[in-house]
Design a protein around this ligand. Structure first.
Ligand SMILES: Nc1nc2c(ncn2[C@@H]2O[C@H](COP(=O)(O)OP(=O)(O)O)[C@@H](O)[C@H]2O)c(=O)[nH]1
Ligand SMILES: [Mg+2]
Length: 369
């Protein structure tokens, strides 16, 4: 397995000259280093260039004309490696925050996984020397991402990771929307959504000893909002998300149903049974449209509303309703309940589940590409 370590730098002259030999000392086989430098004014690139004669065909410098942020630098580095015959790509900061002693363990794990995350937030991992505020931002950034993206990765924001070729191909680097630190979240989330196997290994992260951090408050605010954009662009609703949306749509349909019934029967004195049937059709149609446009949108991205699906959906709703009544009646007949409403509540839940299953598997079935 050929591995490319990608070190991105901007003004790291105090670190880079010591860092590269240290990495090569720890891992000597099948590993090359690419430094992606955005024309650092302090001459970082020059130092790398001088060192490259000591490591012929193992150390490469990719100089970009302007400073474009960490996401662009890493993306350029990945593309550089993908166009050559590397199998895995390790992200590495140029400021000694990432300790190379963890690399061998990570390389071992990438043999059997698509993505290996150097994780500060699992047992054995941690952070040294960071200010409290920076620790809080990073920790809660990860928790926030975990919740917003409903994804179980513990260290979402860390930048010490390996992706194999297939993971990067599945992620699709041309679709990356992050400009800076949220890149880490976007890469991991997209890998997770495309079914990559992910392993977290513990690392201790240390603050830089030399030079200054390039993170700014703007990048933090950007990261806060971009999470939702990432989810919207690539996010796949879990079955549970879809069920919640479906249940909410059903609740809205029930309100419509009751309102029409109240207007026609209680205010205008129409007969209850035909009005009840009318309500079923109107609320059912409303539910069909909302489920099509919202709850199951991701299953049927470009399909339009159709009479066939509308009919199927109403049949599903009717079956759900029959299940509802059956469960209610059975419970009332066979169980000793303090109040009968419990039976009706269970009936509604049973009907809802059946209706959801029919909708998901038949009406709004996901088409294979
Ligand atoms: N090529 C490139 N590297 C950058 C840029 N911004 C930061 N870096 C590098 O990215 C790594 C992490 O940045 P750093 O400022 O240490 O962020 P922090 O560790 O989150 O405080 C360091 O090696 C920086 O030199 C950039 O715009 N372009
Ligand atoms: Mg740093």
């Amino acid at each position: 397995m050929r591995v490319l370590i990608i070190i991105i730098t901007y003004n790291e002259i105090e670190n880079i000259g010591k860092l590269i030999p240290e990495v090569f000392n720890i891992i000597s086989h099948n590993v090359d280093i690419l430094v992606v430098d955005d024309s650092s004014p302090d001459g970082t690139g020059k130092v790398v260039e001088n060192l490259s004669s000591e490591y012929p065909n193992r150390l490469f410098l990719y100089t970009r004309p302007v400073k474009e942020g960490t996401a662009a630098a890493y993306t350029a580095g990945f593309k550089w490696g993908l166009s050559r015959d590397y199998d895995a790509f390790l992200q590495f900061d140029g400021d000694f925050s990432h300790n190379p002693i963890y690399i061998p363990k990570m390389l071992e794990e990438i043999k059997t996984h698509d993505v290996v995350i150097g994780s500060r937030y699992i047992k054995g991992g941690g952070i040294e020397d960071w200010t409290l505020s920076r620790k809080i931002i990073s920790r809660w950034g990860s928790v926030y991402s975990q919740i917003v993206l409903s994804c179980p990765i513990k260290d979402f924001t860390g930048g010490f990771n390996i992706f194999n070729r297939s993971a990067l191909e599945k992620i699709g680097l041309d679709g990356i929307i992050s400009k800076s630190y949220s890149l880490q979240v976007e890469l991991k989330y997209k890998a997770f959504c495309s079914g990559c196997s992910i392993k977290e290994v513990p690392i201790i992260f240390t603050d830089r000893k030399h030079g200054t951090s390039k993170i700014s408050n703007n990048t933090l605010i950007e990261a806060l909002f971009i999470m939702w954009k990432i989810k919207k662009n690539v996010g796949i609703d879990s079955g549970f998300d879809q069920f919640l949306k479906f249940a909410l749509t059903g609740g809205l349909g029930t309100i419509t149903n009751l309102l029409i019934f109240f207007l026609c029967v209680d205010i205008f004195n129409f007969k209850p049974i035909p009005i009840s049937i009318l309500c079923f059709f109107i609320a059912g149609t409303q539910n069909y449209i909302i489920n099509h446009k919202w709850s199951f949108k991701q299953n049927i991205l470009s399909e339009s509303l159709s009479f066939k699906k509308w009919g199927l959906f109403l049949c599903g709703s009717l079956l759900g309703y029959i299940i509802n009544i059956s469960i209610m009646q059975l419970m009332i007949l066979h169980l000793e309940l303090p109040i009968k409403t419990i039976a009706q509540a269970c009936g509604i839940l049973g009907g809802l589940i059946i209706n959801f299953i029919i909708s998901k598997l038949i009406v709004f079935r996901k088409k294979k590409k």
